[in-house]
Ligand binder design. Structure first.
Ligand code: F6P
Length: 556
C-alpha cells in the first residue's frame, strides 16, 4: 500500500474496469422494471434476502438482477474492500490523515481476543473501563451513589455534541422499554442557550447528574454548556457539589481536570475511537445508566455478532457489503443523490439524525486517501423521519417527484408497547410503502380506478396524469424480530460497516472530518466582533454587513 494505504496503478485500472462494466450493464438493467423482474422470477424476494439471527435484509426491491450483484461484488473486490476491512479489524492506522486506527470493533469484542494497536493489546483497558462504567451505573441506579446533599439522582443530563450526543440520545430513546424507572434522561448539545436553559428548568440540582461527554474536551459548544450547567449547580449547592454531580467521558484527562472534574469521575476512551463510532465506549455511559450494564452488554453482543459476520461472511452473503453496494449502484450508476432512513418504530425516531452524522461525516469527502479528487459521487444526502409521520410530509416526493430517493424501511415484527391495533396498522403501512414505490400505478390502472370511482370524460382526463405513479423506485427493507438491545447493536454496526464498505469503494478515508474545521476557525475569529464590539474592518464584507444589522437589532 502506498500513501495512506492506497495502492494506485494496477488497482486503479482494475477498479476502473469494474466501474466500466457496471456502466455498460446499466442500460440492460434499466430495460426491465422491478415489476417485470418480480413477474419472471417468483423466487426474487427470497433470492435477494439475507438473514442474520433476528435480522433480515430484503434488497429485492432494487433495480438489480443477479448479474448486477455479481458486477457490484467485482467492484468491491477491485476496490480492495476485503483487505481494507481486515486492516481495520487488525488495528492498522487506516485513518491516515489523523494517523489513527479505527477500532470501534474492539469496544465490542466480546470474544475478548487480543486486539493490538502498536504492539499493545487494548482489550484489558477496554474491559477495565466497561467494568468501571458498570460499577458507577449500578451505584446510581440503585441509589447508592448520592448527590452532595444525600439525595438520590433522578435526572441525568448528557452534555455533548455530534458523536458525543447523537449515539447515546438515539440509543436511550430506542431502548426506552428497558429503562430504569425514576431516572429521566436529557441531552444537551446545541450552543443555543435555549437548550440548556430549557433543560435545566424544573430540574432539582440536588438530584441531577451531568455527564460531560467530549472526546477532545475542547469542543466549544460542550464546554460552554458544561460551564453553564456547573454554574447552575454551584449557585445552589456550592463548589463541593461538583464531584458528586459531574462526571466526564473523554480521551483528554488533563482538560477534564482543568475543568474541575475529579479524574476519579472520568471514564476514558481512546484516540482510535472515532466520535461518530463511540457509542460503544464510555460515551455510552448514559445508555448504560438508562438500561443497566447487562443490557448494555447485550447491545455490544449484537454489534459483535454483526462484526463477526462482516469479517467472516463472503461478500455475496455479507449484509453490510450488500447494503453498501446497493447504495453504490443507486448513487453512482442510477444517479440518486439522497438516501432516506425510514424507521417504522417511534423508538428509532433519532436514527435518521444519528445516521446522518455516521454517513455524511464519514463519506462526505471529495478527495481520495491519496489526495487525488474522487471520480464519482460519495456520501448521499441522508435524511429521514419515522414512519408513518414521514408519509404525511415528504413521501409525496419519493412517490411522484422527479428524483430517485432510495429508502431503507426498518421495522420490528413485535412491538414493545402492544397497544390495540397500532402495531398492525404500523406494519401494514411499512409493507405497503415499499410495495407502492416498487409497483407504482400505471396509466391503465389509474384510469380503471377513476372509472370505478365514477370519474369520467374530461374530469378523468384532467385527473389521470396526477394519479399515475411511475414506480420502479428502490428500497431496502430491514426487519427486526424486536427492538432489543442486541438488535439495536446489530443494526448500528450494520450501518457502520455499510458506510465503511462504501468509503472503501470510493477510496476515501471514512474516519477523518476535516470539513468541519473551517467554520469552527472562522467562528473563533468572528466571535470578538459579535461579543465585545471589536472592529469590523478585519472581517469579510459579506459578514460585516450582516453583523452591522445584528448590532443594530440587538441594541434596539
Ligand atoms: O466537529 C465535528 C466533531 O469533531 C465530531 O466528529 C464529533 O463527534 C463532535 O465534533 C464532538 O467532538 P467531541 O466529542 O470531541 O466533543
Amino acid at each position: 500500500f502506498g500513501v495512506g494505504g492506497y495502492k494506485g496503478g494496477m488497482t486503479d485500472r482494475r477498479l476502473e474496469a469494474a466501474w466500466a462494466a457496471l456502466m455498460r450493464h446499466r442500460k440492460q438493467a434499466q430495460a426491465r422494471p422491478m415489476r417485470a423482474l418480480f413477474k419472471t422470477d417468483s423466487n426474487r424476494a427470497r433470492r435477494f434476502t439475507l438473514v442474520l439471527g433476528d435480522m433480515l435484509l430484503d434488497y429485492s426491491k432494487n433495480r438489480v438482477a443477479p448479474r448486477t450483484m455479481a458486477l457490484l461484488f467485482d467492484l468491491a473486490r477491485a476496490a480492495g474492500v476485503e483487505a481494507w476491512r481486515d486492516r481495520m479489524f487488525a488495528g492498522e492506522r487506516i485513518n491516515a490523515t489523523e494517523n489513527r486506527a479505527a477500532l470501534h470493533t474492539a469496544l465490542r469484542n466480546r470474544a475478548d481476543t487480543p486486539v493490538m494497536v502498536d504492539g499493545h493489546d487494548v482489550m484489558p483497558a477496554v474491559n477495565a473501563v466497561l467494568g468501571r462504567m458498570g460499577g458507577f451505573a449500578d451505584a446510581v441506579r440503585s441509589g447508592q451513589w448520592l448527590g452532595a446533599t444525600g439525595k438520590r439522582i433522578a435526572a441525568v443530563v448528557n452534555i455533548g455534541i455530534g458523536g458525543s450526543d447523537l449515539g447515546p440520545a438515539m440509543a436511550v430513546e430506542a431502548l426506552s422499554a428497558y429503562r430504569q424507572r425514576g431516572l429521566s434522561f436529557r441531552f444537551v448539545s446545541n450552543v443555543d442557550g435555549a437548550e440548556i436553559a430549557r433543560t435545566l428548568q424544573g430540574l432539582d440540582p440536588a438530584r441531577t447528574l451531568f455527564i460531560v461527554a467530549s472526546k477532545t474536551f475542547t469542543t466549544e459548544e460542550t464546554m460552554l454548556n458544561a460551564a453553564t450547567a456547573r454554574g447552575w449547580l454551584t449557585a445552589e449547592l456550592g463548589e463541593v457539589a461538583v464531584a458528586r454531580h459531574f462526571v466526564a467521558v473523554s480521551t483528554n484527562a488533563k482538560a477534564v481536570r482543568d475543568f474541575g472534574i475529579d479524574p476519579a469521575n472520568m471514564f476514558e476512551f481512546w484516540d482510535w475511537v472515532g466520535g461518530r463510532y463511540s457509542m460503544w465506549s464510555a460515551v455510552g455511559l448514559a445508555i448504560m445508566l438508562a438500561v443497566g450494564p447487562d443490557r448494555f452488554a447485550e447491545m455490544l453482543d449484537g454489534a459483535h455478532a454483526m462484526d463477526r459476520h462482516f469479517r467472516d461472511a463472503p461478500l455475496e452473503q455479507n449484509m453490510p457489503a450488500v447494503l453498501a453496494l446497493i447504495g453504490v449502484w443507486n448513487a453512482n450508476v442510477l444517479g440518486a443523490e439522497s438516501h432516506a432512513i425510514l424507521p417504522y418504530d417511534q423508538g428509532l425516531r433519532l436514527l435518521p439524525a444519528y445516521l446522518q452524522q455516521a454517513d455524511m461525516e464519514s463519506n462526505g469527502k471529495s478527495v481520495r486517501r491519496d489526495g487525488k479528487p474522487v471520480k464519482r459521487a460519495t456520501s448521499p444526502i441522508v435524511f429521514g423521519q419515522p414512519g408513518t409521520n414521514g408519509q404525511h410530509a415528504f413521501y409525496q416526493l419519493i412517490h411522484q417527484g422527479t428524483r430517485i430517493v432510495p429508502c431503507d424501511f426498518i421495522a420490528p415484527a413485535r412491538s414493545q408497547y402492544p397497544t390495540g391495533r397500532h402495531h398492525a396498522v404500523l406494519l401494514a403501512n411499512f409493507l405497503a410503502q415499499s410495495e407502492a414505490l416498487m409497483l407504482g400505478r400505471s396509466e391503465k390502472e389509474a384510469r380503471a380506478e377513476l372509472l370505478k370511482a365514477g370519474t369520467k370524460g374530461a374530469a378523468l382526463s384532467a385527473l389521470l396524469p396526477h394519479k399515475v405513479f411511475p414506480g420502479n423506485r428502490p428500497s431496502n427493507t430491514i426487519l427486526l424480530k424486536e427492538l432489543t438491545p442486541h438488535a439495536l447493536g446489530m443494526l448500528i454496526a450494520l450501518y457502520e460497516h455499510k458506510i465503511f464498505v462504501q468509503g472503501a469503494v470510493w477510496g476515501v478515508n471514512s474516519f477523518d472530518q476535516w470539513g468541519v474545521e473551517l467554520g469552527k476557525e472562522l467562528a473563533g475569529k468572528i466571535l470578538p466582533a459579535v461579543e465585545s464590539g471589536a472592529r469590523l474592518d478585519k472581517l469579510h464584507p459579506a459578514t460585516c454587513e450582516l453583523l452591522k444589522r445584528i448590532r443594530t437589532w440587538s441594541r434596539d
